[in-house]
Design a protein around this ligand. Structure first.
Ligand code: NAD
Ligand code: MG
Length: 395
């Protein structure tokens, strides 16, 4: 394509696991000849952000870390690439005109910038599940009002998106989310109680950022994905099933009312889902490993254990209660996750804290505006931090 025809893309969270895979896909599909990188954002890794911005000739590079502005500016001196730092610069990066935005900032920090991109009508490739868990229908409405498309990147939701027949939505009976079961799939609660973040982050199949890796070990990631599925595919909570599938080859499935089940399979590599989101409805030519069925030989499935992995039960509770409960669950767990990584609380405390804050906040009404969503999120974080401090004192 000529300069003028290049697809304009923005990557929020370009320095992370999803972000670097996204740039790899962009490189595979023609790099600067095919894509104009409007903006890239990162946080701590300034050297990588600057390297990416130079390589892809980004229009703007932003670090979320306010204090690192000078460092980024120096790293990009003489390139003509605009630089920014801090919260408002992140919002600017989201607002720069582009056709497609990869939302790959981790955690609730991604909500504001992703919303800004959605409101201006960009197609949103959604890796950041927290947007839907926290803001739910308000987020979906913002995308619809902006006029862009919402394309899932989470491997399970990409699989479902691919297995959904557009004109047969009414015939969908159930969504089956597969879960690897993580590193503690066969462990007892007693064994899990003492693990450190370094142990919990070692995922058997996928290479991912810290938050998702720990979330796979606790199955809290699957809890978020159940809620994500509800908003993406407009299904009732009782239509969402979770099945443990240790090989992570079947990425998820859709069951129809005639008994048919359609699945999407592939090697555990996020670049397939990222590529699909980038060129949808086309399938791009990608250099990723192909499935070798003879080598695989078998695929295993087992029912999840909600006693050892209470996060799944919490997701059901949040879905049943509705309102701000999933935002509360997410915010409390994110706070507990940071405390766990800092060695302040144990692995099993993360779900305890989320559950307690959820129970304590049942009296709160639904959030009707984004301000109310942010208020509920902040209140849940405050309460979770209080419980963390108490547990720490008791320990
Ligand atoms: P990561 O930790 O590897 O990268 C996170 C990115 O966000 C980095 O670019 C980082 O600089 C940036 N960031 C961190 N804190 C920030 C803040 N406060 N403000 C702005 N930017 C900040 O995470 P990841 O594994 O790439 O995951 C990104 C998102 O994608 C998450 O929401 C995750 O749930 C989702 N996701 C990831 C995978 C995976 O395989 N990694 C799979 C499915 C979904
Ligand atoms: Mg996933």
């Amino acid at each position: 394509p000529s300069e003028a025809n290049r697809r304009r893309v923005t990557i929020l969270g370009s320095t992370g696991s999803i972000g670097t895979s996204t740039l790899d896909v962009i490189e595979q599909l023609g790099g600067r000849d095919a894509f104009e990188v409007a903006a890239l954002t990162g946080s701590g890794n300034i050297a990588l952000l600057a390297e990416q911005a130079r390589k892809f000739g980004a229009g703007l590079a932003v670090t979320a870390d306010e204090g690192r502005y000078e460092e980024l500016k120096q790293a990009l001196a003489g390139t003509g690439i605009a630089v920014g730092a801090g919260r408002s610069a992140l919002m600017e990066a989201a607002a720069v005109p582009s056709d497609w935005v990869m939302a790959a900032i981790v955690g609730t920090a991604g909500l504001g910038p992703t919303l800004a991109a959605a409101r201006r009508g960009a197609d949103i490739a959604l890796a950041n599940k927290e947007c839907l868990v926290t803001a739910g229908d308000l987020f979906v409405q913002a995308v619809a009002a902006g006029g862009g498309r919402l394309i899932p990147v989470d491997s399970e939701h990409s699989a479902i998106f691919q297995a959904l027949e557009d004109d047969q939505r009414h015939a969908v009976e159930r969504i089956v989310l597969t879960a690897s079961g993580g590193p503690f799939r066969t462990w007892s609660r007693e064994q899990m109680a003492g693990v450190t973040a370094a142990v919990a982050r070692a995922h058997p199949n996928w290479s991912m950022g810290l938050k998702v890796s720990i979330g796979s070990a606790s199955m809290f990631n699957k809890a978020l994905e159940m809620i994500e599925a509800k908003h993406l595919f407009d299904v009732r909570p009782d239509q969402i099933e979770v099945i443990v599938h240790p090989q992570s080859i079947v990425h998820s499935m859709v069951g129809y009312r005639d008994g048919s089940v359609l699945a999407q399979l592939g090697c555990p590599d996020m670049r397939t889902a990222i590529g699909y989101a980038l060129t949808y409805p086309d399938r791009p030519e990608l250099n990723v490993e192909r499935l070798d069925f003879a080598k695989l030989a078998r695929l295993d499935f087992e029912a999840p254990d909600e006693v050892r992995f209470p996060a799944l039960r919490l997701a059901r509770t949040a879905l049943e209660r509705g309102g701000i409960q999933s935002a509360v669950m997410n915010a409390a767990e994110e706070t507990a996750f940071h405390a766990f990584c800092d060695g302040r609380i144990g692995f099993l405390n993360m779900a305890d804290i989320a559950e307690q804050v959820m129970d304590d906040m049942t009296g709160f009404g639904p959030a009707l505006t984004m301000d109310e969503v942010f208020a509920a999120d902040a209140e849940a974080r405050r309460r979770a931090a209080e419980i963390v401090a108490k547990k720490e004192m008791a320990a």
